[in-house]
Write a protein that binds this ligand. Structure first.
Ligand SMILES: Cc1cc2nc3c(=O)[nH]c(=O)nc-3n(C[C@H](O)[C@H](O)[C@H](O)COP(=O)(O)OP(=O)(O)OC[C@H]3O[C@@H](n4cnc5c(N)ncnc54)[C@H](O)[C@@H]3O)c2cc1C
Length: 465
């Protein structure tokens, strides 16, 4: 399948294989058969006991287990995973590891104060360094490269919002520079750019290889990683699975987009979906036209934000929020692939003519205000790390370290972060899937109005993820 030039429709094609990261991480073989070396891939073998049980072997669960063992290597940690480790939303993403969060520093300052906002921003920037540092220290070959990221503004309202954001970034310790159109052109071959912004706090990696490597490290350190075992009920002191019950003092729930199934009474987290495609590795001419030679990330400043990341082998991966949220995983229909291709060629006409080799949809968990939920109720021993939205790899790392501090009773900068809930949680506003879909749609309408009128849309609200 080839990316047609702008404006040209694509011929109907069969669904494309998914996701691009699976081959490199060995996940294709895994789905057909064996799990991790040393992992308990046959499912839980009856009842057992553990010091800590982690529900979900995605980024949040694996980071939590990793830092729990760093804090206390003697802890007996069981990670329960319904499928294979590193096959959830976090292993199927775009491949960026950035300090971005869906909730703005200004909003955090409004609700928790400026000092709390500065701490959260600092933790997010540190997390990008930390992820790369752990990958290097643990010799996880995931192509982690510090690349930075550029955002392009192509309408006047987008430029106005970008100016306001970049001028305020320094107050939170963030490095985000406004770029004139000629400076944007040094990064990327996007046409019709009115301005841009640049941040160094963004890296590129192969998410499946990172998480797979992390899972291998955990198993080698004695964590019981139990794959193919769905948790059906969590209560204080016990986690019930389809294959037996684990009795424990502490449960860390990190089931990502499956949170509504694991905690049906908790309406603060909703599941959403993102569509992605990957192209073949770019040829020399297309590479030159597209730019992004150092692997920088690219996003536009639209409400319906398109993101593009080059991979280590020169492909482009493109991500957009899914239009329909009923099917949250799997391959894409032809019209969804076409929608992604149009947006790719719109921001990077140099990619026209490049073959699309992969297209897939992946699930993620979002909160109403864009702030992830991280916490531990010491009375019940129930903890959680969910709702990381579209930029979760670094945030899940902060959450994992925070949970290790909370579980071991350490009072640290992390345990005081504004997103940490120390009680039973659930004080946050509910996140409803229909409201989420509506907000995403409204964002698209606002983009169209702003492009047509050149004025900021008064259409209120947009999805924060
Ligand atoms: C398409 C897409 C692109 C993204 N791109 C990026 C990106 O480029 N950069 C970035 O930083 N973030 C990205 N993200 C966001 C990021 O991946 C997530 O926000 C975050 O990492 C979520 O991690 P998680 O551990 O909470 O969830 P997941 O990775 O989904 O992990 C949850 C795990 O829990 C398991 N589970 C669920 N229910 C049960 C149960 N009952 N019993 C046992 N196990 C269970 C699941 O099988 C899964 O393995 C992207 C997300 C998506 C969907």
């Amino acid at each position: 399948m080839t990316v047609p030039p702008r404006g040209e429709p694509a011929a109907a094609q069969p669904p494309l294989p998914a996701p691009v990261w699976d081959d490199a991480a060995g996940l294709v073989d895994d789905r057909a058969g064996g799990g991790l070396d040393g992992g308990l891939d046959g499912g839980l073998d009856g009842d057992t006991v553990a010091d800590v049980v982690v529900v979900g072997a995605g980024a949040a669960g694996l980071w939590a287990a990793y830092y729990l063992l760093e804090a206390d290597p003697a802890l007996d940690v069981v990670v329960l995973e319904q499928a294979r480790a590193a096959t959830g939303g976090s292993a199927r993403g775009l491949g960026s590891c950035s300090a971005r969060l869906a909730v703005s520093a200004e909003d955090v300052a409004r609700t928790h104060g400026p000092a709390a906002a500065r701490s959260l921003r600092a933790a997010m920037r540190d997390a990008v360094v930390e992820v790369g540092g752990v990958a290097a220290a643990e010799e996880i070959d995931c192509n982690f490269t510090y690349t930075g990221a550029v955002t392009v503004a192509r309408t006047l309202p987008q430029l106005a919002r970008m100016r306001s954001r970049t001028s305020g970034a320094g107050a939170w310790g963030d490095e985000e520079h406004l770029l004139a159109p000629d400076a944007v052109a040094e990064h990327v071959g996007t046409p019709g750019v009115l301005g841009g912004s640049w941040t160094p706090d963004s890296a590129q990696l192969d998410p499946a290889r990172l998480l797979r490597g992390l899972a291998d490290v955990l198993v080698a350190r004695g964590v019981r990683l139990v794959e193919g075992t769905r948790v059906v009920r969590v209560s204080p002191g016990a986690v019930v699975t389809e294959h037996g019950t684990v009795r424990t003092r502490v449960v860390v729930r990190a089931p990502g987009a499956w949170t509504p199934a694991v905690a049906p009474a908790d309406h603060t987290v909703a599941a959403a979906a993102v569509d992605l495609l990957a192209t073949e590795p770019l040829t020399g001419a297309a590479r030159r036209d597209v730019g992004l030679a150092r692997g920088q990330g690219l996003a536009d400043a639209a409400h319906d934000r398109v993101e593009v990341r080059p991979t280590a082998d020169g492909r482009l991966v493109v991500a957009l929020p899914a239009r329909r949220t009923r099917a949250r995983t799997g391959t894409l229909a032809a019209d969804d692939v076409e929608r992604l291709r149009r947006r790719l060629v719109d921001v990077l006409p140099g990619a026209a003519g490049t073959r699309v080799t992969h297209a897939w949809r992946a699930p993620l968990a979002v909160t109403r205000d864009g702030m992830p939920r991280v916490g531990l109720d010491r009375d019940t021993g129930l903890g959680w790390a969910v709702g990381f939205g579209r930029d979760g790899l670094a945030a899940a790392n902060v959450a994992g370290r925070t949970l290790a501090d909370l579980v071991t009773g350490s009072v640290t900068e992390l345990s005081r972060l504004p997103w940490v809930e120390h009680g039973a949680g659930r004080t946050r506003l509910p996140a409803r899937p229909t409201a989420l879909a509506l907000a995403t749609h409204v964002g698209r309408v606002a983009d169209a109005l702003e492009a047509r009128t050149g004025r900021e849309s008064r259409v209120p609200g947009r999805a924060r993820w």
